[in-house]
Write a protein that binds this ligand. Structure first.
Ligand code: SDX
Length: 436
């Protein structure tokens, strides 16, 4: 008996089946031969939210949730955070290798030449309410890019796909900065390509009359935060992009689906939710009461827990270190004490220990963004900017993966059996129906 197979005995029929095991997985499709009657569809797997289902093969990011390992194309996140730049990491994620000097320069020059957006995008953004959430603005503007670049529909052409990825990676900071300026009622500051990628974003965001005097420590801290957010294998937003992209819609439309997913408070929206939670707690003395509410299931400790990490999120560890460097420049964020005490208590409390709940990437990042001068509702936009290169690399990998097809799961039907149409006159009135 070969040992890389699963022997399954169907007790309904007494029949046995050999299912091959590859990469510690079985193909769900191999279960279809397990039937009771020949006209059965065959056995399916049922896995709501994909707790135990691999949807693709990927060579981009590796995570070991128990050991707290995160690597981009094999390079440990700790080394990239310390020694690399965001554009170099973006190149690595999208090309598979670290660039040489010439490749990095070409990549940087290409991005620099695509930072402007069509001026109609500014009109589109000005159409939002003054208090529009910037994630809603980013979502709308990125999907609108599909109407400015109809050539993006030609996803069969690798060169075209590459151009669209360059366009989106280059324009995302411009759109994000415009959303920030709109929320402040300030005129848009257009890209100034004398700045580097991060410097340009900071200038477009914060410049008031002339150039923004950048704080190099804060700028490097923002760059490291972007590096730490750059990819994270098959998270909710990446999965959304892969699923929507599998219909062969253009890149901008597919990525807007990822932005929508990231917007949610259980995903990227958690960094905003953490700050709102710290505001609500307001003082260290209120923490025990808050924790009681969490343990009673009345609410979640935002910024804690993870589907994959069942130990400390390696990014949270690095972000916590960055926090101290930033606060040396900006002054201590008073909410840090609440966050540190919340973490200390949670890491000692059985409820969190038994559920393997640790701080994740979102727990400390918001404190840093706030200290840098970003409003709470802008934090998830910053997450999206960091994640953009990973999304683009994952989309490209999906498009060229010969095993992938349009994403279309099956279901287990639990609805009504066939029943005859009921003419209006014979239907029960709402009251008696509800009572019924
Ligand atoms: C990101 O997937 C990624 O990689 C995402 C991300 C990325 O880089 O792309 O890492 C970014 O989204 C990080 C996560 C940010 N979200 C939050 O911080 C929101 C708070 N955390 C959660 O809601 C939750 O932990 C999730 C969504 C992150 C993970 O949810 P799971 O894996 O579905 O876990 P679960 O909801 O099934 O919870 C398991 C148990 C439950 O208790 P029981 O029902 O078994 O009693 O743990 C409890 C949950 O109630 N639990 C929490 C909790 N998270 C889980 N209880 C209190 N506070 C929490 N934060």
């Amino acid at each position: 008996m070969p040992n890389d197979t699963l022997t399954i005995k169907d007790n309904r029929t007494g029949r046995s089946y050999e299912i091959p095991i590859n990469d510690n997985a079985i193909r769900a499709n191999d279960l279809k031969k397990i039937k009771v009657d020949d006209d059965d569809f065959g056995l399916m797997t049922y896995d709501p939210a994909f707790l135990g289902t691999a949807a693709c093969r990927s060579s981009i990011t590796y995570i070991d949730g128990d050991k707290g390992i995160l690597r981009y194309r094999g390079y440990p996140i700790e080394q990239l955070a310390e020694q690399s730049t965001f554009l170099e990491v973006a190149y690595l994620l999208n090309h598979g290798e670290l660039p040489n000097q010439e490749q990095l320069k070409h990549w940087t020059d290409e991005l620099t030449s695509h930072t402007y957006v069509h001026t109609n995008i500014t009109k589109f953004l000005e159409g939002f309410r003054y208090d529009a959430h910037p994630m809603g603005m980013l979502l709308g503007a990125v999907s609108a890019l599909s109407t400015f670049y109809p050539d993006a529909k030609n996803i069969a052409d690798p060169k075209n796909r590459y151009l669209q990825r360059i366009r989106l990676l280059a324009k995302a900071p411009t759109i994000a900065a415009f959303a920030f300026r709109h929320s402040r009622g300030l005129p848009f500051v257009f890209p100034d390509n004398d700045f580097d990628y991060i410097g340009n974003f900071v200038n477009m965001t914060f410049s008031i009359g002339g150039r923004h005097k950048p704080n190099k420590v804060l700028q490097r801290a923002l760059e490291v935060l972007f590096i730490l957010h750059a990819d994270h294998e098959q998270n909710c937003s990446t999965n959304a992009i892969r699923a929507v992209g599998s219909s062969h819609v253009d890149l901008f439309s597919a990525v807007s689906a990822g932005i929508a997913a990231l917007y949610g408070p259980l995903h990227g929206g958690a960094n905003e939710a953490v700050l709102n939670m710290l505001d609500e707690i307001d003082s260290v003395k209120n923490i025990p009461d808050f924790i009681r509410g969490v343990k009673a299931g009345e609410r979640r400790l935002m910024g804690f827990g993870h589907r994959v990490y069942k130990s400390y999120d390696p990014r949270a560890k690095l972000i916590k270190e960055i926090a101290y460097e930033v606060f040396e420049q900006t002054g201590l964020n008073p909410k840090l004490d609440i966050a540190l005490e919340l973490e200390r208590i949670a890491l000692e409390d059985d409820y969190f220990i038994t559920r393997k709940l640790y701080p994740n990437v979102d727990f400390y990042s918001g404190l840093i963004y706030q200290a840098m001068g970003y409003p709470t509702e802008f934090f998830t936009v910053l997450f999206a900017l960091g994640r953009m290169p990973g999304w683009l690399a994952q989309w490209e990998e999906m498009v060229i993966d010969s095993e992938q097809k349009i994403s279309r799961p099956r279901q287990i039907y639990i609805g009504s059996d066939e029943r005859p149409y009921v003419p209006m006159g014979k239907r029960q009135s709402t009251v008696s129906a509800e009572a019924g």
